[in-house]
Design a protein around this ligand. Structure first.
Ligand code: NIG
Ligand code: FE
Length: 424
């Protein structure tokens, strides 16, 4: 008697499983996609029951529904581990200022940047924030992204940060993507606290973080076992290393997972802090020293690089992702989609940039965009690879070779997206 399944997807030229049962991939394992030729998957109750050669899966399972992948390639749904996808307004004016020669930090110091998006976001309703974020997530889903981390950080007051969490919860209730919330009250000093940075720190640590943690405890995220992270922008003109420590230690005391924006423009020591506190990830890493790369490699913290930022800022400098992999760090890729430094919904474009400017092989970019990204947001045991027991999140491409995801540029090779076992 064959086992029953709800759906069998079969006859893929290749399935890139990205399987890695013992944690994120490192070093030479990054080049291994766990390929299965003429592959199939059996899906039951939204999860993968089995993956293997088409002949074996069809002999072992019967299902009322089948999808013939017709010789196309299949890979896991992509995981975007760093986004600011909830925001209002745009920063097209700053885009033109930068084209004329101004830098991101100069614009930020002159009162633009994050604070300009804060003004637009504070003025928007929760419903409008949720609606605009859902539209962006729809596009990300069409481009293959099935799991998305989402940060607050454009509210910068207790009410407005809680409204951003409310917007994230509202989108999560209706959108097919799996969403992971991150609290980023320490993204910038809001104008009303300029010159009173310590008072803002106290607000973040004593009021915002405890309220965010309380919100989380009663949320569907907690009920579903999805973590809430605390994050901080450790950078000149944003938060110092000491202030970052204060935020992350407060987050840890509340039982939250930890993340940090570190080494984007200035190396302030954020990598060491992340490793010391056992952060899930440290993100940006554009100017990280070789010593800190070694420190990261020796830890369980995932390094997330965001090359769409360098690209959008017109920089010719990129994080040395090649050196990070070669040092043994667990490397992930993310879009950082936000209106200022990366208005980019596309993980495949990020993979494409990483291959061209950071010398990743397409296989390394795919592992960085799936299994390692899942570990960066605490969901490494649920999404990011095609292994029995995990969510049935997978992409059927319009090509027979998964490497086309990173090879092609500016189009969309994703033909069909299956999320939790359902075609979306
Ligand atoms: O990750 N670096 C800080 N935060 C974002 C930028 C946000 C913005 O400019 O609005 C980032 O690049
Ligand atoms: Fe960011």
């Amino acid at each position: 008697m064959p086992e029953t399944a709800d759906l069998i997807v079969h006859s893929a030229a290749q399935i890139a499983t990205c399987a890695s049962p013992d944690g994120p991939k490192r070093g030479a394992a990054m080049r291994d996609l766990g390929l299965i030729e003429d592959g199939a998957l059996a899906i039951r109750a939204g999860r993968i029951a089995a993956v293997g050669p088409t002949r074996d899966i069809r002999a072992r399972f019967s299902a009322p529904q089948a999808i013939d992948a017709r010789g196309r390639a299949i890979c896991p749904g992509l995981v975007d581990a760093h986004t600011h996808v909830v925001y209002a307004g745009d920063r097209i004016g700053e885009f033109e200022q930068r084209i004329a020669g101004a830098t991101y930090l100069e614009i930020m110091e002159a009162g633009g940047g994050i604070v300009s998006t804060m003004r637009a976001t504070r003025a928007a309703s929760i419903e409008a924030l949720a609606r605009d974020a859902a539209a962006r997530l729809d596009e990300m889903l069409r481009l293959g992204t099935t799991t998305v981390e989402i940060k607050t950080g454009y509210g910068l007051s207790v009410e407005a940060e809680m409204a951003m969490l409310g917007a994230i919860a509202q989108v999560a209730a209706t959108h097919p993507a799996t969403l992971v919330p991150t609290f980023l009250g320490a993204h910038a000093i809001p104008p009303e606290y300029r010159g009173r940075e310590d008072a803002y720190m106290t607000l973040v640590v004593d009021e915002m973080l405890p309220q965010a943690a309380a919100w989380y405890r009663d949320s569907t995220f907690a009920a579903d076992g999805v973590p809430l992270f605390a994050d901080v922008f450790c950078e000149r003109g944003a938060f110092t290393l000491d202030q970052s420590r204060r935020v992350l230690e407060a987050g840890r005391a509340l039982g939250l997972g930890l993340k940090i924006h570190a080494d984007e423009f200035t190396a302030l020591g954020g990598v060491g802090l992340a490793v010391e506190l056992g952060a899930a990830s440290v993100d940006h890493l554009d100017v990280t020293t070789p010593e800190d790369m070694a420190r990261l490699a020796a830890s369980d913290t995932v390094g997330v690089v965001l090359p769409a930022v360098n690209f959008h800022l017109g920089s010719h400098h990129y994080a040395d992702a090649r050196a990070l992999i070669d040092a043994g760090a667990a490397l992930a890729l993310a879009t950082d989609i936000n209106p200022g430094s990366a208005p980019c919904p596309s993980m495949p474009l990020v993979m494409a940039i990483a291959c061209r400017y950071q010398r990743l092989l397409p296989a390394e970019a795919l592992n960085a965009a799936t299994i390692n990204a899942a570990h960066a947001i605490g969901l490494g045991d649920r999404v990011g690879s095609l292994e029995a027991g995990k969510a049935a999140d997978l992409l059927i491409l319009n090509t027979a070779d998964v490497r086309h995801l990173a090879y092609q540029l500016g189009g969309n090779v994703v033909e069909r997206v299956i999320k939790n076992g359902a075609v979306v």
